[in-house]
Design a protein around this ligand. Structure first.
Ligand code: SAH
Ligand code: SF4
Length: 421
């Protein structure tokens, strides 16, 4: 697709210099965390349930950003909350809008401590005729080193908190004017002339390996799907993993979401090089975990992602092998045209090769398998998130003292590729 960038807005307002530390935000917290926040300011335990219910409704259903808007909360309570807490969202420092309606936001997370300048992540909104999909990140960077993925080249890594994961949707709803009383944007609409489509689906396909940040991701899914707040359907949330086998079953049990597997190769030898985690959890074990995934059925299929790399994994024999491998698994296949990034040795397969591959898969009963590249003009596609890597690294060096930097770097270079704690 050839397309041009429609708009690029820097919404970077320099934060006011203040000697007062920022008040912690309540936006993005779980019910249990909200109760803790109330306990910390002396609200009696017998009131927690009721107060949490009120906060929940105002924060997640109405999306308010001021305690004063919480009309059924007493003035005294509102003042007490405002004295200690805020309803701040992380800052959107830049917005890029593609001609196809895709929007990419560079989001600066609220600093976690006095030295932290605030990690930056990207979040992408993709409107389609029947849905609005938000691609969210689960980590800053990734400890894994899939050779075709740009995120894997980033050295600074940390887990996002539950709050930071949830805040990505809150920010998206703000930007799309989707909370009651807000005004949707009038620019960057999809060519069909429809208005802005609300976020209906979430895919954990941004930066990071969600199953290496299991607790925070599953807690965040709990907030996102809570029927009294953000109310997304579990069946419209997809967690994509490069194959952290021991966490696949627990994900189904804890969250009931849809599962996507980044397969990309049909034999261990090749997968070991593309997705090095395969050395630890080979294809056989991965497929066994998929067969056992709680809730998988023909109505709730597992998505297998397969990035098309020229001359590497795109032969007709591999297409047939893919079909053989997935036999007996309720599966969907997504063929992803490789998105090149500066410095990569890989190329995207030719269109005819992708078509040939796709025909074989189609004839075996898998429909529409090629994922259309979206937002290419704004580098919003998979593997290209956080194109500001170098800037981030420079900032990270300033922000971290030597000891912390060493810890952050060694976490990304750990040979065992363990999850971050
Ligand atoms: N870590 C998780 C989720 C984030 S990556 C995972 O690996 O599944 C989301 C998807 O984008 C994965 O399928 C990943 O393999 C794919 N991807 C990464 N880099 C890509 C690139 N340059 N081109 C196309 N797809 C890419
Ligand atoms: Fe990490 Fe996924 Fe990229 Fe692999 S493909 S490096 S697991 S983000």
């Amino acid at each position: 697709m050839t397309s041009t960038l429609l708009a690029e807005t820097s919404v970077d307002a320099a934060p006011a210099i203040s000697s007062e530390p920022a008040k912690p935000s309540l936006v993005g917290l779980t019910r249990a965390q909200l109760a803790e926040a109330l306990a910390a300011i002396g609200v009696p335990a017998r009131e927690h349930r009721m107060r949490v219910g009120q906060l929940w409704h105002w924060i997640y259903f109405h999306g308010v950003s001021s305690f004063d808007a919480m009309l059924n909360v007493s003035k005294t309570m509102r003042a007490q909350l405002a004295e200690h807490y805020s309803l701040t969202r992380p800052q959107v420092v830049a917005e890029q809008i593609s001609v196809d309606g895709t929007r990419k936001w560079l989001i600066r997370m609220n600093p976690v401590d006095a030295r932290d300048k605030g990690a930056e992540i990207e979040c992408v909104y993709i409107p389609e005729s029947d849905r609005g999909t938000l691609c969210v990140s689960s980590q800053v960077g990734c400890t894994l080193t899939c050779t075709f993925c740009h995120t894997g080249t980033q050295r600074l890594v940390r887990n996002l908190t539950t709050q930071e994961i949830v805040q990505q949707l809150v920010v998206a709803r703000d930007m799309l004017g989707d909370f009651p009383g807000q005004t949707p944007p009038t620019d960057g609409l999809i060519p069909s002339g429809e208005g802005v489509r609300a976020v209906s689906n979430i895919v954990f396909m941004g930066m990071g390996e969600p199953l290496y940040n299991f607790d925070q991701v599953t807690d965040a899914i709990g907030v996102l799907t809570d029927g009294e707040g953000l109310s997304l359907s579990k069946r419209r949330i997809t967690v994509s993993t490069s194959g952290v086998v021991p966490q696949i079953g627990p994900l189904g049990d804890a969250s009931g979401t849809m599962l996507a597997i980044s397969l990309h190769a049909t034999n261990d030898e090749l997968r070991n090089t593309l997705v090095p985690l395969n050395k630890k959890y080979p294809i056989r074990d991965l497929m066994a975990a998929c067969r056992a995934y709680p809730g998988a059925s023909n109505a709730r299929r597992i998505t297998f992602e397969y990035v098309m790399l020229k001359g590497v994994n795109d032969s007709p024999a591999e297409a047939r092998e893919l079909v053989r491998l997935l036999k007996g698994v309720p599966a969907k296949i997504n063929l992803i045209p490789f998105n090149p990034w500066p410095g990569t040795a890989y190329e995207c397969s030719d269109w005819e090769t992708i078509e040939r591959f796709s025909d074989i898969v189609f004839n075996a009963g898998y429909a529409s398998p090629v994922r259309t590249p979206r937002g290419r003009d704004i580098l919003a596609a998979c593997g290209q998130l956080k194109s500001e890597t170098e800037k981030l690294r420079a900032r990270a060096r300033l922000a971290l003292d030597d000891e912390d930097e060493q810890a952050a770097l060694s976490a990304t270079e750990a040979p065992s590729q363990q999850p971050l704690s």
